[in-house]
Ligand binder design. Structure first.
Ligand code: ADP
Ligand code: ZN
Ligand code: ZN
Length: 727
């Protein structure tokens, strides 16, 4: 008879803790994954039951009793609990913190979760006075019309009418609408039917559906707009028909209201959205509803990979190559990799969809571990864009653009079509320099140039967030000749406005899209059939269709060609192909002009002449020769501290503790590629092994030693298993 509960508590210790069950309850009656209130270090904390035991290494008379069980249904199903415990070992991260990261904040405290409040909704006021009606065609009028059929939940209005809140304020002032409560989220309406699938899509659906009920990882490779989402939807319908749930992960930028709306409209099911932007209560309630099996489809960003599924049927990871799936602080998990581990535990197919697969996934396909399906054609008449390299060598530039680029832009706009100018740097200029003495504004805490944000009249550090005023004179020589160097999106916007006066122009980057829905509202503001210019950062690689967009201009990619980061070229190839995919999505053919000083660079040659696949094949060969991932396995021990000696001593101690581990090479200690950030000195030790097993055999004792070392107390340190960047 088990008498003792093993409990994970959110504290930075690798172990779990033993407790007796609450008075009057059998330990055996408490399922793994249950949430408990437990006394811990003088406070009441949340613990998750991770196992049962007959006895304890601690004298059972001294064991404390848990105070109470917090919910009837354990919020963490056994499969998730086991997968998290596995992940704690894999990533060598404290079990309690792994659970803390996985659970929504609302479930990390003992405060009971309030029952779902009635969903707030907007409705027309009875007998609204007709003379107060807003102007026909205004957003307020559109909103008023939408409400004709009855009240609509705020969440639904968010999806159907971006910017509705200001329209609602307008109607409220006129006494036309009021807030009300709905008992429950409206049940799904009758779903809208999708387009008939192409033969290729239908084959992909049949192929994956044949794998239902077992773990089957599949790469679904298809260019942007080739209809991958339609394949997901068809598969989800089949899973739903079998009474199963689906989990869909999308990158941060991919979770536009448009995407969510598409899923809700198409599926006769309860679709929940999970992402970090939800309120604590909403997230916790969505989680519990999911654990009770009341949710059919979960769609969300990175952290949604932890959604508790009780009748899982399918997992989809859209844009699997996207870097936002990797958590970059605390427990540095990869949501894509975790999705695969869950797929195995849940015995469900995992679909990895993308136009530009990560090299890891391609290597898994080549090794026969993943299956691969292809969507090669775009539905309808859409054609692939034509690439063109613009050799910048020896050419005068106007506002950072070559004459022929400007000519192409002018021609495109002249045809009444739209053009996108891509530059992956926000701000006005990456550097502000003194013309007289060469001084440049740098962040005192990072030793890196500060970016000039002209509109905001600030200098900002893109590494630590530090901000300062723009000096009116050079602090070194007093000269007033301060000038921007380099080109950010803000400056590009200004240049384009000068070159093409009167043409509607929107800028999409982190600055202009801070407000909720701003991204969609900006793109919505363009009249589809009319000429327009869009300038922005990689946020533009995704987002809704712009059928009249026929020209993409890519500027400033050369930095990515010669980076010290071994993944830089892979990322650049993905970015170029993704951005290029925005052109020519409807009937009109698209063109992509890429400006470079290195027209002979093999990466650009490959991508432009043959597309992503050959470029990826060459990069894979290079990785194999250099013994880099995916042909080697890396882990990075990072440390930072105010003093360099503290970092050095810690890393030296860690190196000494490591000795000469079998099958592992140690590189370092060495300064991080960015040796100072936010006022802290940074160093690292890189571990590399041909076989993963060597690392995992070595980690437990080593990390336990590192954790216990005296030097560890004087630095902040972390272990990053499978690091995505080495910074
Ligand atoms: P992806 O997810 O690969 O970017 P989508 O599934 O979003 O592609 O499809 C791109 C566009 O093509 C969408 O507007 C979609 O409605 C349309 N589409 C997809 N499949 C078909 C089809 N079989 N017939 C007609 N239109 C389709
Ligand atoms: Zn100066
Ligand atoms: Zn800084």
């Amino acid at each position: 008879m088990p008498a003792v509960l093993q409990v994970a508590i959110a504290v930075p210790l690798a172990q779990d803790f033993d407790y007796l069950p609450p008075a009057g309850i059998d330990a055996a009656a408490i399922a793994p994954g249950a949430r408990l209130a437990v006394p811990f270090a003088g406070r009441t904390r949340v613990g998750i039951v991770v196992g049962h035991a007959e006895g304890s290494a601690v004298d059972t008379r001294k064991l404390k009793r848990a105070l109470r069980v917090l919910e009837e249904t354990p919020p963490v199903p056994a499969e998730l609990s086991a997968t998290l415990a596995w992940a704690a070992r894999y990533y060598q991260h404290p079990l309690g913190e792994v659970f803390e990261t996985a659970l929504p904040a609302g479930l990390r405290t003992v405060k009971p979760i309030s029952a779902a409040p009635g969903t707030r909704a907007l409705r027309r006021v009875e007998r609204s006075a007709a003379e107060n009606l807003p102007r026909a065609g205004s957003r307020a009028a559109t909103l008023f019309d939408l409400l004709a059929a009855g009240p609509l939940a705020f969440a639904e209005l968010d999806e159907r009418l971006p910017g509705w809140r200001s329209a609602a304020a307008n109607l409220r002032r006129r006494g036309l609408v009021e807030t009300t409560q709905l008992a429950l989220r409206a049940l799904p309406r009758i779903p809208i039917a999708g387009p008939p699938l192409s033969a290729e899509q239908a084959a992909a659906v049949a192929d994956i559906a044949a794998q239902f009920g077992r773990f089957a990882p599949t790469l679904l490779e298809g260019i942007t707009g080739s209809g991958k989402t339609e394949v997901y939807l068809a598969l989800i319908e089949q899973a739903l028909a079998q009474g199963r749930q689906a989990l869909v992960l999308v990158p941060e930028i991919g979770l536009a209201p448009q995407t969510v709306r598409r899923f809700r409209e198409r599926l006769a099911a309860r679709v929940e959205v999970m992402h970090s932007g939800l309120s604590e209560g909403a997230r916790a309630r969505a989680w519990l509803a999911c654990a009770r099996g009341e949710v059919d489809v979960v769609i969300g960003t990175r952290s949604a990979v932890f959604a508790p599924l009780t009748r899982a049927g399918l997992i989809v990871v859209d844009e699997e190559h996207d870097a936002s799936y990797k958590q970059q602080e605390g427990w540095r998990y990869s949501a894509r990799d975790f999705a695969l581990v869950r797929g195995r535990a849940l015995e469900v197919p995992v679909v990895l969809g993308t136009a530009t697969p990560s090299l890891e996934t391609l290597a898994n396909v080549a090794a026969g571990r993943y299956r691969k399906l292809h969507l090669s054609a775009r539905p309808g008449a859409a054609r692939l864009p034509q690439y063109r390299l613009v050799d910048l060598r020896g050419k005068p530039l106007q506002h950072g653009l070559a004459d022929e680029t400007i000519f192409a832009l002018r021609a495109c706009l002249g045809r009444g079509e739209q053009a996108l100018v891509f530059r992956n740097r926000r701000g006005y200029a990456p550097v502000l320099t003194c013309r007289e003495c060469g001084w440049h504004a740098a962040c005192a805490r990072c030793d890196k140039p500060l970016t000039w944000h002209r509109g905001a009249a600030r200098l900002r550090c893109h590494h630590c967030g530090a901000e300062q005023r723009v000096p009116s004179a050079c602090p070194q020589c007093g000269s007033r000749h301060l000038a921007p160097q380099g080109l950010g999106t803000e400056r590009l916007e200004e240049s384009l406005a000068q070159l093409f006066p009167g043409v509607p122009l929107v800028r999409i980057d982190r600055e202009t899209t801070r407000r909720k829905n701003a991204f969609d509202e900006l793109l919505d503001s363009l009249v589809p059939e009319r000429a327009a210019l869009i300038v922005g950062t990689q946020m533009l690689a995704k987002g809704h269709d712009l059928p009249n967009l026929t020209l993409v201009v890519i500027v400033g990619v050369d930095e990515g060609l010669f980076s010290v980061d071994f993944r830089a070229e892979e990322r650049l190839a993905q970015l170029v192909v993704q951005v290029a995919g925005r052109a020519g999505r409807a009937r009109k053919p698209g063109q992509v002009w890429l400006q470079t000083h290195h027209p002979d660079h093999p990466l650009l040659r490959d991508v432009l002449a043959h597309g992503y696949a050959p470029a990826a094949r060459r990069l894979l060969r290079e990785r194999r020769e250099a013994r880099l991932p995916p042909y080697a396995h890396l882990a990075l021990l990072r440390a930072d501290a105010p003093q360099q000696t503290e970092v050095d001593e810690f890393l030296l101690a860690a190196t000494a503790l490591a000795g000469q581990p079998q099958g592992i090479s140690l590189l370092g200690p060495m300064p991080a590629p960015m040796p100072r950030r936010a006022g802290l000195q940074r160093g690292q030790l890189l571990l590399s092994a041909d076989e993963r097993a060597h690392l995992h055999a070595f980690f437990p004792d080593w990390i336990a030693g590192v954790r216990a070392s005296r030097e560890a107390r004087r630095v902040r340190w972390s272990l990053d298993v499978d690091p995505v960047d080495l910074y």
